[in-house]
Design a protein around this ligand. Structure first.
Ligand SMILES: Cc1ncc(COP(=O)(O)O)c(C=O)c1O
Length: 405
């Protein structure tokens, strides 16, 4: 990757006082092509796709179809009909959770370190439809415990209906061996839903190769626009899924007393779409498709190694997850005892333009369970970050910790 060239594509990075933006696990920066696509939609073709046949309508239908097909290729999907545009990964996970048919006592397995978006929908189903949500405990270093998972599957037996797990955790960057997990789930007759919000932007994710059933992802974490996410599902499964938003676009036809549902993906895209978002998704995926995703992964690990080595021996702090940065992708998430994480995050930005996230990162359950109510400070790298930025983070963070200790 030619970082100097690549960074010129991002307006925020061209600014003289460009930040060291290390909050990429939350949302990423956007390249020119994405921004100009949004601008072009509103300034040149601000119409409605999929319905109106005039020039605006046909241009939008064509562009959104192209965006879907770019995503199909990016994820290795069988057909573009398997790609559903959603508002975000949360929407995608909710579509799976509330779209599958449940029977009382059906078991869903997650891990003990899921984002709320892959926890709360299952808790809600537990309360409302009496499914049985079970949590597989991680190893003490937060890595995935395959044995505990196999035991949980064996204990669930034929009641096991779904395994829903984050491919890469936003808490700590820890990676789950999804292919193995999926195979075991399938052996028990269960489906596997992958929360790919933190994997799809950062590594090569191929749904066929992984042999999974559903993949939820966030376009806004992939250089794309906010308000956009995606759901990939095996077509036969999507075809059997109930939509969580019915209305315009979701039917082929209707009478006063009957519904003729549309086929996927239209059935899940009720109401007027976020057309500028869909078109800009195409631009974002085109941008990422020109970059080797394995190189992105290696690059982020290199940056994380610099961050980790630079801070790991500081007094009173602890990195969440294995110390080896290779096992945490681009995420360095740090427990800081009583040192106020939000103050440190503010200081990093004010003193050195280093932008990180502080708090519980929507993984409240993990923090509460372990009594780390102060949360953590999380630096997360992406393809445009440099080694200098990683060093700047380590230096400024170290100074801040010393100042507060
Ligand atoms: C692992 C994980 N899952 C789900 C989500 C929710 O994603 P979205 O904001 O696109 O709904 C996030 C967002 O940070 C995440 O990191």
């Amino acid at each position: 990757m030619d970082l100097t060239k690549l960074r010129k594509d991002f307006p925020t990075l061209r600014e003289e006082d460009a930040p060291a933006y290390l909050d990429n696990a939350c949302v990423t920066l956007k390249p020119d092509s994405v921004i100009s696509t949004i601008h072009d939609y509103y300034s040149k073709t601000p119409g409605c796709g999929g319905r109106s046949v005039h020039r605006y309508g046909s241009k939008i239908s064509q562009a959104t179809g192209q965006a879907r097909s770019k995503l199909q290729n990016f994820l290795g999907a069988e057909t573009q009909k398997e790609i559903v545009f959603t508002r975000n990964a949360t929407h995608s996970l909710n579509q799976v959770a509330h779209g599958l048919p449940w029977e009382k006592g059906d078991i869903v397995l997650t891990t003990d370190r899921e984002h709320n978006s892959n926890l709360v929908p299952w808790l809600q189903l537990e309360q409302e439809q009496q499914i049985d949500h079970r949590v597989v405990a991680s190893n003490p270093d937060n890595s995935f415990d395959l044995e505990a998972f196999e035991l949980a599957c064996a204990n669930a037996g034929s009641k096991l209906k779904l395994v829903s797990m984050s491919h890469v955790g936003n808490l700590d960057g820890v990676h789950i061996p999804i292919k193995e997990v999926g195979k075991i789930a399938h052996d028990y007759g269960a489906l596997i839903c992958v929360d790919g919000a933190q994997s799809t932007p950062h590594m090569d994710v191929n749904v066929k190769e992984l042999d999974i059933d559903f993949l939820a992802f966030s376009i806004h974490k992939m250089c794309g626009p906010s308000g956009m996410g995606g759901l990939w599902g095996r077509y036969d499964l999507l075809d059997g899924l109930r939509t969580i938003q019915s209305g315009g676009q979701t039917v082929q036809s209707s009478t006063y007393d009957s519904i003729d549902w549309a086929k996927p993906p239209a059935r899940f895209e009720g109401g007027l779409g976020n057309f500028s978002g869909m078109m800009a998704t195409g631009a974002a995926i085109e941008y990422l498709s020109k970059i080797d995703m394995n190189a992105v992964q290696e690059h982020e690990i290199r940056l994380n190694t610099i961050m980790t080595d630079g801070i790991k021996d500081l007094p009173g702090i602890e990195i969440i997850g294995p110390l080896d940065a290779r096992k945490r992708g681009g995420i360095c998430s740090i427990l800081m005892g009583d040192i106020p994480v939000h103050d440190i995050a503010l200081l990093l930005d004010e003193a050195a333009g280093v932008m990180v996230r502080s708090g519980q990162h929507c993984v409240h359950s993990w923090f509460h369970n372990r009594g780390h109510n102060n949360g953590s400070l999380r630096a997360s790298a992406y393809l445009y970050n440099t080694e200098e930025e990683a060093r700047l983070f380590a230096e400024t963070f170290s100074e801040a910790v010393h100042a507060f200790s």
